[in-house]
Design a protein around this ligand. Structure first.
Ligand SMILES: NC(=O)C1=CN([C@@H]2O[C@H](COP(=O)(O)OP(=O)(O)OC[C@H]3O[C@@H](n4cnc5c(N)ncnc54)[C@H](OP(=O)(O)O)[C@@H]3O)[C@@H](O)[C@H]2O)C=CC1
Ligand SMILES: N[C@@H](CC(=O)OP(=O)(O)O)C(=O)O
Length: 381
């Protein structure tokens, strides 16, 4: 950027996604390459996380307009309040955003550079200035099996997700743990007694879960998650699908540059993707079972090699019990950049039907990392 360090406005840096982003930026020494300006929606004038300059007001358009890049993890309401005003005022800096608000706008590129770097480079050359992180489930899935899409092998895909509490936000994670604690407490004396009947314990748990259901104790999720699951995530689109399920096809194809929503439009048909998105009691890893109809029968060893070679973070886990239980769980993946893909096998429907299971930390590849890497691409452009 003209030989000087770009001024990067950091908004939402102390939230959950923002904190993960800050850690990654520190780890990768990104702050050495930029002049950060930290903003706040609640504490303008307060102490910034680094440097001596106090926090700027995140609604001060003049301060925002001085930034070459604004990187926001503040959320969709903030984007809705500020982005259009800045553009209307003539600000033509780069806007990098974690929120979904702008994702399907025609000029917004969904960034996941290990998958769509050529698309990012083309958009950059064409003067694009709006870069949005993808839905966490979609980004983690494409980091795992993007190779199959890049090779044009996918006829269609069905997803069954197992999404962590963190996807709802920090309060949701707290609520899940509080519910687990309350359930344990409800049956502790019975648990401590090895001679107690398991069905008595079970009755105690379900009674406590039903007491929580619809009460203050389940107000974040709207239903009990501890010891249960919730097969609906995000809005009801009114046609039998949830918005999270809709994102699977819409965002995947947009990232891949396929179908009418691709930036600049594309004559290539969108790949049909559908399935069910389910909230489970995991903390911050989204897992998903994938079923593919491939365009042709490809031997399993070739498929595994394609997946393994696709990027530096994907790891093929042998489809064996021991390796699966060791390496293909949220416990193994949380806090790491690794995207394991396992349970890879041909399905009973025929040799062109493939199954796989993949997991990703939804705060890293699912949220913060694609944004951090986009900033790096801009710095190095
Ligand atoms: N959670 C997720 O899994 C994903 C979220 N996103 C997007 O990122 C956005 C932000 O999500 P998330 O990070 O979970 O949101 P948080 O609620 O953790 O943070 C958002 C903002 O809330 C304010 N805030 C108020 N109280 C606190 C507190 N006690 N601790 C920290 N911050 C506080 C901060 O703003 P201030 O400093 O200005 O007061 C902060 O930037 C979402 O709205 C969504 O659009 C995208 C992908 C995944
Ligand atoms: N909807 C995701 C989290 C998220 O923030 O998604 P999006 O960025 O698409 O709104 C979940 O609940 O797991």
């Amino acid at each position: 950027m003209n030989g000087r360090k770009p001024v990067v406005g950091m908004v939402g840096w102390r939230g959950m996604v923002g904190s993960v982003l800050m850690d990654r930026m520190r780890d990768e020494a990104d702050f050495d390459l930029i002049e950060p300006v930290f903003f706040s929606t609640s504490n303008a004038g307060g102490k910034a996380p680094m440097g001596e300059t106090p926090l700027a007001d995140a609604h001060d358009l003049e301060a925002l307009k001085r930034c070459d890049v604004i990187l926001t993890c503040q959320g969709g309401d903030y984007t809705g309040e500020v982005f259009a005003k800045l553009r209307a005022d003539g600000w033509d800096g780069h806007w990098i955003d974690a929120a979904s608000t702008l994702r399907m706008e025609k000029d917004a590129l969904i960034v996941l550079d290990p998958v769509n770097r050529p698309g990012i480079d083309r958009a950059l050359a064409a003067g694009n200035r709006t870069w949005v992180g993808g839905n966490c489930t979609v980004s983690c899935m494409l980091m795992g099996v993007g190779a199959l899409y890049k090779a044009g092998l996918v006829d269609w895909m069905v997803t069954q997700t197992y999404q962590a509490a963190s996807g709802g936000g920090a309060q949701h994670m707290r609520e899940l743990l509080t519910q687990y604690g309350a359930l344990n407490e409800a049956v502790r004396p019975l648990l401590d007694d090895p001679k107690s009947a398991i069905l008595d314990i079970d009755r105690g748990v379900i009674a406590r879960q039903r007491e929580m259901d619809g009460s203050e104790e389940s107000k974040q999720f709207g239903a009990v998650l501890g010891g249960s699951l919730i097969p609906w995530i995000d809005k009801d689109l009114g046609d039998g699908t949830s918005k999270e399920e809709w994102k699977g096809m819409a965002e995947t194809n947009k990232i891949l540059g396929l179908g009418p929503d691709a930036v600049g439009g594309s004559n290539d048909a969108a790949v049909p993707i559908d399935g069910f998105c389910v909230r489970v009691g995991a903390m911050r890893c989204h897992s998903q079972a994938l079923s593919f109809k491939l365009k042709r029968d490809v031997p399993l060893d070739e498929i595994e090699a394609m997946i393994a070679e696709d990027n530096d973070w994907v790891r093929v886990v042998p489809n064996e019990k021991e390796a699966t239980m060791r390496d293909l769980t949220p416990v193994a993946v949380t806090g790491t950049m690794t995207i394991p893909v396992g349970r890879i096998r041909k399905l009973a429907m025929g040799p062109d039907h493939l199954g796989a299971f993949t997991i990703g930390d939804q705060l890293l590849w699912g949220a913060a990392e694609p944004l951090r890497r986009m900033l790096r691409i801009l710095i190095e452009a």
